[in-house]
Design a protein around this ligand. Structure first.
Ligand code: ADP
Ligand code: MG
Length: 271
């Protein structure tokens, strides 16, 4: 990646945030949503962020994606201090380095799958667009849906178009905010298979938000947010394989969450 004509070194730390706070002002009321977040994510990590609704997950993701600036604190993305960048440089970083996936897919309505995936290439001024977009769609299993409009695709297929769009520029980081939140179990599993494959085979650093402990157990590390603070940050000892893992009963699921997913203690140590 070049910036201001200078080649930027590839660092092993992709995300390095220190003391991040975010305060929204609503008239006279100040709402401090993030209260001091420190977090480092290394290249090739596969991380999930969990936490109750309103705990600040999306606010944090928007900062990680350089879509929003923190109120205080520092953010280095691939060794680059994001606060020092102009709007133009930020737009370039977002386009080149980061692939975004959202809960509601964010696809353009009357636009074919192929065209949706070509768009980031168009903004980046890259050639060979239809070949590259086609290859990205093939890699998410949609090689036979190139000309379909979003309304002609299932939710899971739409999300896979969104993933193809996110990865077509070969980003170093994929950020996904509840990418399986609107999907049924089977489609959610397909989406997890794709994320896992991208991470394992191409080493794409992936950070995503989920409410679902079972989905989180497919990643290598879980960060728990509550009230704008990180309350737990732990590796997952034996991540699930999306190809083979079957969702357990709810009771089993809860037990495994307490055992090893993010609290690290035994269920009886709580309550
Ligand atoms: P989560 O994604 O964990 O559900 P959010 O980061 O979306 O949480 O929101 C955290 C808190 O910040 C919520 O109380 C929300 O209402 C508030 N909030 C989010 N965005 C804004 C904004 N642009 N202006 C004011 N308040 C906001
Ligand atoms: Mg959210």
């Amino acid at each position: 990646m070049t910036l201001n004509g200078k080649q930027q070194p590839e660092t092993s730390t992709v995300i390095d945030i220190q003391g991040i706070t975010k305060t929204y002002h609503l008239g006279d009321i100040e709402l401090q949503v993030l209260k001091g977040i420190d977090m480092k994510i290394e290249r090739g990590e596969f991380v999930s962020i969990m936490g109750p609704s309103g705990s600040g997950k999306s606010t944090l993701m928007n900062i990680l994606g350089a879509l929003d600036q923190p109120t205080t604190g520092t953010y280095c993305l691939d060794g680059i201090d994001v606060a020092k960048l102009s709007e133009r440089e930020l737009a370039r970083i977002r386009n080149k380095k980061i692939g975004f996936v959202f809960q509601n897919f964010n696809l353009l309505k009357r636009t074919s799958a192929l065209r949706q995936v070509e768009l980031p290439l168009l903004y980046a001024g890259v050639g060979g667009r239809s070949q590259k977009a086609k290859a990205a769609l093939e890699s998410v299993g949609l090689g036979n849906r190139l000309d379909h409009m979003p309304s002609e695709l299932s939710g899971g297929q739409q999300q896979r178009v969104a993933i193809a769009r996110a990865l077509v520029n070969e980003p170093s980081l994929i950020l996904a905010d509840e990418p399986t939140g609107n999907l049924d179990t089977r489609s959610g599993k397909e989406v997890m298979q794709i994320f896992q494959k991208l991470n394992r085979e191409q080493g794409i650093t992936t950070v995503f938000v989920t409410h679902d402990p079972w989905i989180a157990r497919h990643t290598n590390r879980v960060i728990m947010l509550r009230d704008g603070l990180i309350i737990a940050d732990q590796p997952i000892a034996a991540p699930l394989d999306a190809e083979t893992a079957e969702r357990p009963s709810e009771a089993e699921e809860l037990a495994t969450v307490f055992d090893d997913a993010y609290y690290g203690g035994k269920a009886e140590e709580y309550n």
